[in-house]
Design a protein around this ligand. Structure first.
Ligand code: R7I
Ligand code: MG
Ligand code: MG
Ligand code: MG
Length: 311
């Protein structure tokens, strides 16, 4: 029903932002303990997010504002991303996207810039994946979610890995939004995701996710998947952390951060998946009360939920 759909879309965006904020203090650290994350959790300070949430919210807003007949306007989305960056350039962006966003604001063509990045390889960073979860709310099947996600990533990430990381997160979110927590079958989720990937490194990385399911310690899971800035590491890492605590967003986020590496980004994506599965009501009120701009995120989620609900 519309209420539970809205609760799940809210859960997805709010838990993503919580993951970003809780991972932010540890980004780039390789030996993070669950104890260190617990200290941030039990603190009282404001939970401040980064570029991951800025662009995820911009994407959600974009999707929510489109007419029923279209699921993406990439020129308009490029301008929305660029404006979000320009308004708050100090959110911790990766090296390359600001170059593209600055050009977009002066009439440049993001296609040329994205394609020519990194010596013509295009970025394989996780910046497309980190913002992709809202695509999972779109009506239609997982193939459609994967295609739209690749297009949303392409604005900054021309490399197939950068785009497929976004497809992985969008398809996994699509699945979680439509699955009852008690019915979650990790093998079914993994095969649904695998069926919509194209890039060999992302497909191979799903084997590491499966191997990581047998490990208990975040550091051991991290050794399987990697947790670096490459989409082929961070997106599978997020899926792993989520699968260790699917129905408990705070535990999934804590596990993701304790994996080390690109902690804000991996935890954003783990949070999105778990929040999509269980909904906003499973997020501790005290934590959401500390989250920067929680009411704005909730309002964007509501608009996206209204635009995407199908009885
Ligand atoms: O992917 P992107 O938006 O960065 C996202 C990260 C997240 O951790 C956010 O939290 C934020 O901190 O930034 O930005 P890009 O600049 O496209 O990619 C990130 C980095 O990946 C680049 O700065 C490079 O160091 C690396 N990278 C590559 N290195 C070599 N060859 C990306 N593509 C390549 C490549 O083709
Ligand atoms: Mg960030
Ligand atoms: Mg950073
Ligand atoms: Mg990051």
């Amino acid at each position: 029903d519309p209420d539970s759909w809205r609760a799940r879309v809210r859960g997805c965006l709010l838990a993503g932002a919580l993951g970003d904020s809780l991972g932010r203090p540890f980004e780039g650290e390789w030996a993070v303990t669950e104890h260190a994350v617990a200290e941030v959790l039990s603190g009282a300070g404001a939970l401040t997010w980064t570029d991951d949430t800025s662009l995820m919210v911009a994407l959600a807003e974009h999707l929510a504002g489109l007419p029923e007949t279209t699921d993406l306007d990439d020129e308009a989305l490029a301008r929305s991303f660029a404006r979000a960056w320009h308004a708050e350039p100090h959110r911790g962006y990766g090296a390359n996207p600001p170059r593209i966003f600055a050009a977009v604001l002066t009439g440049g063509d993001w296609r040329d810039l994205a394609r020519d990045s990194f010596g013509g390889a295009g970025s394989l960073g996780n910046g497309g994946a980190m913002r992709a979860a809202p695509v999972g709310a779109l009506p239609g099947g997982p193939e459609h979610a994967a295609d739209v996600a690749r297009q949303t990533a392409a604005i900054t990430h021309a490399h197939p890995d950068g785009q497929d990381g976004a497809a992985l997160i969008a398809v996994a979110t699509w699945f979680c939004l439509r699955t009852r927590p008690d019915d979650l079958d990790p093998a079914e989720l993994l095969s649904t995701v695998a069926g919509h990937l194209r890039s060999p490194s992302l497909i191979t990385a799903l084997d590491a996710v499966v191997a990581g399911l047998a490990e208990d310690e975040p550091a051991d899971v991290a050794r399987r998947t990697g947790t670096g800035i490459a989409a082929a590491e961070a997106a599978p890492a997020a899926l792993s952390a989520f699968l260790h605590h699917p129905a408990d967003p705070v535990a999934a986020i804590t596990f993701a951060v304790a994996m080390g590496g690109d902690t804000d980004t991996v935890a954003t994506m783990s949070g999105c998946l778990s929040g999509a599965l269980v909904g906003e009501q499973r997020l501790p009120d005290g934590l959401v009360a500390r989250l920067e701009a929680a009411s704005r995120i909730r309002a964007v989620a509501d608009a996206l939920a209204e635009r995407t609900y199908r009885p």
